[in-house]
Ligand binder design. Structure first.
Ligand code: ZN
Length: 337
């Protein structure tokens, strides 16, 4: 007999008994906790003492017995520990840098009350329904299969937190002390659903979004100052008019084999007055004149541009937009001066 299919627990006079507590053979007077079949106590000198079904059935009863006992332990002991919990959220700023926020909850031992093994029905019967810290709590014991998506959806609809305890590393041959230690403290566990944690996640996401938006403004300011094309205020409230000599335009679209994707770009060729620029290290003083620069434009403007004779003086509406994490000026409209 495979030890995985054996068990050390039976039911005698409606009480759970351990193999050491009963007499040998059929005199043990015990029934299977799972199927109710008569058990024989095998207490020989060679094999580990265990119960076997008298009629030879009960191949899969051991898993069910472990499951039943685990539920019983919560009812007997009224204790269960919660898992260490870490809620993480992340978001990206406009330069594609990742930012994270987390909330950590240490494991704690809950005293549970009003424990019931067969009460709540929310489309299925959770293994344990109880109260902890004044609120309803479901506990699900898993031995071979994890909690199904279907069950999880029902729990979410019900809005009650559900703790899952994974007893798959234990067996119905373990001593009661081992099983108690497992159910209450040691066995792996996780929150399949907890409304407070969902709310905490939304809270963290909102906080992060706000912080990233502030950071984005700073980045816009720094980048736009460097580019010198568009000022910060123009970027934050995108819309600005400036008269510029426009020499012509390019518009292209196609497929790039190299990058394996479609591309399109539309740029105005503009004679832009040379401006004085500088940083802490250097200063470039303009001596007047123009430099050639390219500004992307919205391709919906092409029919209007086709009517023009270049070069010409145009008043451009320029907004800042972000492409691939970089700031880029974009002409969204124009007027002939
Ligand atoms: Zn059985």
């Amino acid at each position: 007999m495979n030890e995985l299919n054996t068990m050390a627990y039976g039911l005698k006079d409606e009480n759970v008994v351990y193999i050491d507590e009963v007499q040998r053979g059929l005199e043990c007077e015990a029934k299977c906790i799972s199927c109710g079949g008569a058990l024989i106590a095998k207490k020989g000198d060679v094999k580990v003492h265990h119960f076997a079904h008298h009629n030879g059935d009960g191949e899969s009863c051991n898993e069910s017995v472990l499951h039943q006992l685990s539920k019983q332990i919560i009812e007997w002991e009224c204790l269960v520990s919660t898992p260490n919990l870490e809620i993480n959220v992340e978001g990206y700023d406009i330069s594609d840098q990742v930012h994270k926020k987390s909330h950590i909850e240490e494991s704690k031992v809950l005293t549970v009350e009003s424990v019931s093994l067969e009460l709540a029905s929310i489309g299925f019967i959770p293994d344990v329904t109880c109260n902890a810290l004044g609120k309803k709590l479901y506990i699900e014991i898993v031995v071979s299969n994890d909690v199904s998506e279907e069950k999880l959806e029902k729990v979410k609809l019900d809005g009650t937190p559900m703790l899952v305890i994974d007893m798959s590393d234990y067996s119905a041959m373990d001593t009661l002390d081992t099983l108690k230690q497992g159910v209450i403290y040691d066995a792996p566990r996780y929150w399949a659903y907890h409304p407070d944690h969902e709310a905490m996640k939304v809270h963290l996401e909102n906080d992060l979004r706000f912080e990233v938006s502030i950071l984005d403004e700073k980045i816009i300011s720094v980048v736009s100052n460097k580019l010198g094309l568009v000022s910060k205020s123009e970027l934050l409230k995108p819309k600005t008019n400036s008269e510029l000599i426009v020499l012509g335009y390019n518009s292209a679209y196609g497929y790039s084999k190299k990058n394996n994707r479609d591309f399109d770009f539309s740029t105005l060729l503009v004679a832009k007055p040379i401006q004085s620029t500088g940083s802490s290290n250097y200063t470039i003083r303009s001596c007047g004149g123009y430099e050639l620069t390219q500004i992307a434009f919205n391709e919906e403007l092409i029919p209007e541009l086709e009517k023009l004779r270049f070069p010409c003086l145009l008043e451009l509406d320029v907004s800042g937009s972000f492409l691939g994490g970089r700031v880029q000026s974009m002409v969204t409209n124009f007027k002939v001066v």
